[in-house]
Design a protein around this ligand. Structure first.
Ligand code: CA
Length: 224
């Protein structure tokens, strides 16, 4: 895997580069947005680690420009503490994942691997189950040609369910993938959000695609 690391804090950039190289990745580093723009256009990367606050062209502008040019390289955003708005904006701008600083390097590596796998698994950016489609570049959902408005959380939930089509998604797996929880908060968070999503994608349509597996979780599938 070839990874582009865009980070202006040189110590952090060098730390990430060494850690990734130790894992066998090929790594290019840029310290500002303009160099990163040139690098991303010149070379095909399997993933980009992108800091938001950069001198010159900032991370979000860079991300938007890449997506405008149909560059679908998976992007992991790094956001400093408190940059919640930027993070949401980043996901809307087409980031595939984000990691708040400070982060644990093992987690960064695991997420980059996951992005690389995702990138090679799905040539097309559009996920499809029956007449339900989800464009992972533009984040637009449609059912039967009708646009469906999703919140960021609903988008992540739907993306996870659609990428797992035909496989049962347990509540714990959903909490991990969609909320980044590694514990069960003991609430009905998942069920409430699935219900809301179901209202949007299934209530007014046939056949129903999002099914409850009692006591376990949910599964996205077309009826046989
Ligand atoms: Ca920075």
């Amino acid at each position: 895997m070839r990874v582009l690391v865009v980070e202006d804090e040189k110590k952090t950039a060098s730390f990430i580069r060494k850690a990734l190289q130790a894992e066998g990745f090929a790594v290019d580093v840029c310290h500002n947005g303009d160099d990163a723009w040139a690098a991303a256009r010149a070379t095909s990367f399997d993933a980009i680690v992108l800091d938001i606050m950069l001198p010159g062209r900032d991370g979000l502008s860079l991300l938007r420009q890449l997506r405008e040019r149909q560059n679908a390289t998976p992007v992991l955003l790094l956001s400093a503490r408190g940059e919640v708005n930027e993070r949401v904006e980043g996901l809307n701008a087409g980031a595939d994942d984000y990691l708040p600083k400070p982060f644990v390097i093992a987690e960064l590596i695991a997420r980059i691997r996951a992005l690389g796998r995702r990138g090679s698994e799905t040539k097309s950016p559009v996920l499809r189950v029956a007449d339900l489609t989800l464009d992972t570049l533009t984040r637009e959902a449609q059912r039967g040609g009708v646009a469906i408005e999703l919140t960021t959380r609903e988008y992540r939930l739907l993306e996870f369910l659609m990428r797992s089509t035909g496989r049962i998604c347990g509540r714990m797996a959903i909490l991990e993938k969609v909320w980044d929880y590694d514990f069960d908060p003991g609430s009905n968070l998942v069920d409430v959000n699935v219900m809301r999503l179901r209202e949007k994608i299934d209530a007014d349509f046939e056949p129903k695609l999002l099914h409850t597996v009692r006591g376990i979780g949910y599964v996205m599938k077309e009826p046989a």
